[in-house]
Design a protein around this ligand. Sequence first.
Ligand code: FAD
Length: 464
Amino acid sequence: MSDAQAITAFKSTLPVKSWTQDKGVIEPYLHEWRGRWHGETPILLLPASTQEVADAVKICAHFKLPITVQGGNTGLVGGQVPQGEVLLSTVRLNRIREANADNLHMICEAGVTLQAVHSAVDDLDLKFPLSLASQGSCTIGGNLSTNAGGVHVVKYGTARDLVFGVEAVLADGKIYNGLNPLRKDNTGYDLSQLLIGAEGTLGIITAASMKLFPKPQNNICILAAVESPDNALQLLNEVRYGNRLSMFELIPRLGMDYVTRNIAGQKDPFSAEYPWYVLLEWEFANGDDPQKFTENSLEKIADNGLILDAVIATSQAQTAALLALRENLSASQKPIGATIKHDISVPIAKVPAFIAQANAAVTRHTPNCRPLAFGHLGDGNIHYNIGQPKDMQPEEFMAQEPEINDIVYDIVCALGGSISAEHGIGILKKPQLGRRADPVKLQMMQTIKTALDPDNILNPRNIL
Ligand SMILES: Cc1cc2nc3c(=O)[nH]c(=O)nc-3n(C[C@H](O)[C@H](O)[C@H](O)COP(=O)(O)OP(=O)(O)OC[C@H]3O[C@@H](n4cnc5c(N)ncnc54)[C@H](O)[C@@H]3O)c2cc1C
C-alpha cells in the first residue's frame, strides 16, 4: 500500500471541495505566523462535516498514514505545522449548531473562530469568557486541544473549565459523541476532558458543547502603577475577593516602552514612568454599584501605599486603549530582534521569586540580554521572553537557547511550576517534557496514546 493509493482514496471518497493539492492554496497552511516552522504536506483535507473527518481518518487508519490537524494556525509550539503528514484543516467545520440561553450552553463546530463565538453569544446577551489576543483567527478546536488560557482564567478557568463535552473522531475513524450540556454527569471516565489539552494526539475534535455565562452588566478596567512584582502580588490579595476580579495582568516598564515605541497609536497613559504596571478588570452584576465599589476599593488600597498611580477607564474607548497595551505586548517585541520565549507557571505567591531569580540567572549567563516578564499574574502564568543583547547577532543569541531554556526551566521546576502553562508541548517543548516530567506520568500518557492510537497516526510528532 502506498501513499499514492491513500491520496487516490481521499479523492474518490471526499467531495471535491474537501481536498486540494493546489500548492498556492496549501502554502499559507505550511507556515506559522512567526515564521519559526515551515512545513510540507502531500494533500490538504478540508472536511465540511464530522462524517467527512471520519471518512478521511478511516483512510489514514487503513494506510497507516500520519495526519496533522490544524485549526486557526496560531499555536505557539509548532504542533499544527505538518512535516510531510496529511494536513487536515478544520476551517470548513464552521457552524454554530445550537445556542441555548436557558441552559446556558452552545454547541459549535471545531473550526468556528473564538471571535465568532463571542459575537454569537453577545447577540444573546451572554458571555463566553475565553479571551486571547489571537481570537480573530484561533478556533474552538484549537483552543480546546491546547487547553488555552488567556486573560480571564483568574475568574473563569482555562478552556477545559468552560466545556461540557466534545465530539471527536478517533484514530480508527469512529465518532465519539460527548456533546451533552449536562452540569452533572458521573457516568465513568470523563473522555472529553482526556481529549482536551491532548493537542490532537488522541482524537480530532469536531465540535464542542460549551458553557455560557450571564453577561456582566458592567466592568471597570484599571491600569495601576506599582513598585515591584511583590507589590503587584499584594495588590492582587486586596482586589480579588467577591468574585468580581476577571483580569489581573502584569506589565513591566520595558514592556510599556516596547508597546508605545513599536506599535503605532499606543500611548503610555501616565505622564511619569513607573517600574511595573497591573492591568485589572472587575466585572459587576445587576445591583452592584461599580463607581462606589471602585472608589472604596482604591481608597483602601491607597491607604496602604501599594499603588503609585492609576488610570481608571471611564468609557469603552478608554478600556479598549488599556487592553491594547497588554494585547500588543507580544507583537511589540518583534522589532527588538531575536527573543527566546517561555510560557511558564508557578504558584501565584512565587511569581515575584521566579522573576527575580530568572532575571538574575539569565543576565549572568548572557550579559545585556533583555528579559521581559509579563502576563497573567492572577493565575501564576508568566510569559518570560528574553530579548537579545543589542550588540549581538540574532543567530549567536539563538544558539544559546538550549542553555537559557535549562536555566529558566530549572528555576521553574525548583519553585514547583510548569514548563508549559497555556501553550502546550507541541514539538517545541517535547525534549524538555521528556526530561522533566514524572516518569510515571509519561508512562501513563504513552499507555493511553497506544490504546487510542496504536499506529500513532494522529499528530504523531506532538507531545510524546
Ligand atoms: C498573538 C497571539 C496571542 C496568543 N495568546 C494566547 C493566550 O493568551 N493564551 C493561550 O493559551 N494561547 C495564546 N496563543 C496561542 C494560540 O492562539 C492558542 O494555542 C490557540 O488555542 C490555538 O488555536 P488554533 O485554532 O490556532 O490552533 P492551531 O494553532 O491550528 O493548533 C494548535 C494545536 O492544536 C491542534 N488542533 C487544532 N485543532 C484541533 C482539533 N479540532 N482537534 C484536535 N487537535 C487540534 C493542532 O494540531 C496543534 O497541535 C496566542 C497566539 C498568538 C499568535
